[in-house]
Design a protein around this ligand. Structure first.
Ligand code: F6R
Length: 617
């Protein structure tokens, strides 16, 4: 959450800072600000609202030939999203408690916020904002003597929590100082100047050469050089890498929103996830797991850990592992697992950490708990080289490409196809006989991208349905078996981007409470593919809703006349094996939520109160 970009060099800094912030805005968009050296004077401009607003203000206030600055787009944790709490933050400037003028931007949160706050107040600092970030400025400025990096090292030793920092210090107008612990930061290197950013996306337009910083790294960049040290002041030589993706992957192109683009990319990214992994002879090859076969063969019990959409993928994967790989499996919410005092699991349990961003704090904390007990953890991650990919050190990338819209879509379907492949792989390496309908199942798996395209081609029907239902304030989503978590996922999409109350439930649980909600003004969306093992039970649930005069939309299999006659609206999906129905059924639910959000006049890419990558607790 939150985005940082900084530039120092020969070229104008402001366009680089603003374009960088626009690229990072998906990570937080409640306020924005920047600090620059204007004729060696440190100036800060910040305000509530979007980067566009900040751009207009800086165009009025700043000289265009400024060549060094740092900038930030915020997702509020401590204190309201207003101008005072926006970054950059400055010290108290009374010349005593703060020994140097500083402007600082921060991603992350300080765990010992209260202790540090009373400490700096006791020492005579004057705080302006309600943020934890401002404390960092006072701590650094207080210990400064003549060496900025030493001041950072000394001050940060008192800090518990996560930070990615970019700092300007008066008297050093040709340098940006930085530090990293638990919040990503990368340097971008170019002949015309150097960058620092929380995501290389911010500087990709200007360079493809970057250095990934590690936890405990700090240092500086100038226009032509950089230095990285560790907390003991030893020099660190991080590898200079070439960014493997082009900027077009992060552009909307002809689409109105990133969410629509990402929904429509699903056939192509599903193909990417299957390529080289599902072989012509029906075997599954997973390079990321091959060298861990021995370990995996011993694992009788598997636990999926994740948050939000990724947890929904984990819930479905539990069924893949149980029913296709004949293994004991379960799931855990990352935030709950992270807080468990003494989590106890059967011996020979493997954990599968599922995350699009690879940065989710709840999942990182859960993984740290598991790693302390030396339990084997595998990553199912989209973002290559991310924290979770590095912490697990083994696993399978889902290859969904960059996901920018806040609501996760293509990552979900690629997580599912990847975990499905893993279930088949585990069956294979454990030497179990092929499941009875193996060939048919794999033929359906191969057809998936084509069938998802078919669903996407029916968008107009989904738009019509969205028009009929956009005015309803409440929805119940129901499914059974593999499609119960799809109901949760569909409801999550509607809540987060259309701000419509949507409750996802197992269809069997409905009669144990939620049925009391049903009346003519409370529609139910039922996922009821014909090939679902639970089809007859679902149709019974549909009858129960009808008898209470509830309106029903069904996601049903092409040609299912039986269902057509007992619901109000049908969203059709093609026939596919039961275990693969979630991947087809979720696509219309993503489109339904997207179009309801649009019809309600909302921007689906930037839902209120949310941001991509939840890097706070
Ligand atoms: C919902 C959504 C979130 C994320 C969750 C975990 O559309 O995007 O629920 O799924 O915050 O994020 P990752 O997968 O990045 O760990």
């Amino acid at each position: 959450m939150c985005g940082i970009v900084g530039y120092v060099g020969k070229e104008p800094a402001l366009p680089r800072l603003i374009s960088g912030l626009k690229k990072l805005e998906y990570r937080g968009y409640d306020s924005a600000g920047l600090a620059v050296f204007d004729d060696k004077e440190l100036c800060v401009i910040k305000q509530a609202g979007s980067v566009n607003g900040l751009e207009t203000t800086t165009q009025k206030l700043c000289r265009p030939n400024i060549t060094a600055g740092i900038a930030h787009t915020r997702w509020a944790t401590h204190g309201e999203p207003n101008e005072t709490n926006a970054h950059p933050h400055r010290g108290c400037g009374n010349g005593q408690a703060c020994k140097i003028q500083i402007a600082l931007v921060h991603n992350g949160t300080l765990d010992n916020f209260e202790t540090l706050k009373s400490l700096v107040l006791k020492r005579g600092h004057v705080l302006r904002s309600e943020t934890d970030t401002e404390l960092l400025v006072h701590l650094i400025a207080e210990v400064y003597k003549d060496d900025p990096v030493l001041a950072l090292r000394t001050a940060l030793q008192q800090v518990q929590g996560t930070f990615g920092l970019a700092v300007l210090m008066a008297g050093f107008s040709d340098r940006i100082f930085f530090a990293r612990n638990g919040a990503p930061l990368a340097l971008g290197l170019s002949l015309k100047g150097n960058f620092i950013a929380s995501d290389p996306l911010a500087f990709r337009f200007y360079t493809d050469r970057m250095v990934n910083l590690e936890d405990g790294n700090l240092g500086w960049i100038s226009g032509s050089d950089y230095q990285v040290v560790n907390m003991n002041a030893d020099k660190v030589e991080n590898e200079v890498e070439t960014i493997p993706w082009s900027l077009e992957t992060a552009e909307k192109g002809e689409h109105d929103h990133f969410m629509s683009k990402e929904i429509k990319e699903q056939p192509q990214v599903l193909t990417q996830a299957l390529r080289g992994r599902l072989l012509d002879d029906g075997t599954v090859k997973l390079g990321g797991l091959d060298s861990h076969q021995e370990l995996l063969r011993m694992m009788q019990n598997h636990v999926f850990v994740g948050a939000g959409t990724s947890l929904n993928a984990g819930m479905i994967s539990k069924i893949f592992f149980q029913e296709l790989a004949e293994l004991s499996a379960d799931w855990e919410s990352a935030s709950e697992l992270a807080n468990q005092k003494r989590p106890i699991f059967p011996v020979q349990t493997a954990f599968w950490a599922i995350s699009q961003s690879g940065e989710t704090k709840d999942l990182l904390d859960a993984l740290k708990t598991l790693k302390q007990q030396d339990l084997p953890c595998f990553g199912i991650v989209n973002k290559v080289g991310s924290e979770i990919a590095r912490l697990t050190g083994k696993g399978v990338y889902i290859h969904a490409g960059m996901e920018i819209a806040v609501a996760s879509t293509k990552a979900f379907t690629n997580q599912l196809v990847t975990l499905f492949l893993i279930a088949m792989y585990l069956r294979q390496i454990r030497g179990l006989p092929k499941i009875n309908w193996h060939d048919r199942l794999l033929a359906d798996l191969r057809k998936l991208p084509l069938l998802v395209t078919e669903v996407l081609n029916r968008e107009n029907e989904i738009i019509d349905a969205a028009k009929r239902y956009a005015g309803y304030p409440n929805f119940l989503y129901l499914g059974r078996g593999v499609n119960y978590p799809v109901a949760l996922e569909g409801a999550l999409k509607l809540k987060e981007i259309a701000y419509v109350n949507a409750i996802g439930y197992s269809a069997g649980e409905m009669k144990h409470g939620p049925i009391a909600l049903i009346d003519g003004g409370f529609p139910t969306l039922v996922i009821a593919p014909k090939q679902d093992d639970y089809y007859s039970q679902i149709t019974t649930n549909i009858q129960q809703i009808r008898s209470r005069r509830g309106r029903i939309i069904a996601v049903a299999t092409d040609g299912d006349d039986e269902i057509k006659n007992c619901v109000d609206d049908v969203i059709w999906i093609p026939q596919i094996d039961y275990y693969l129905t979630p991947i087809l059924a979720v696509v219309p639910l993503q489109l339904f939520a997207y179009h309801i959000a649009r019809l309600r006049g909302l921007n689906p890419d930037k839902p209120r109160n949310l941001a991509k990558s939840v890097t706070v607790k």
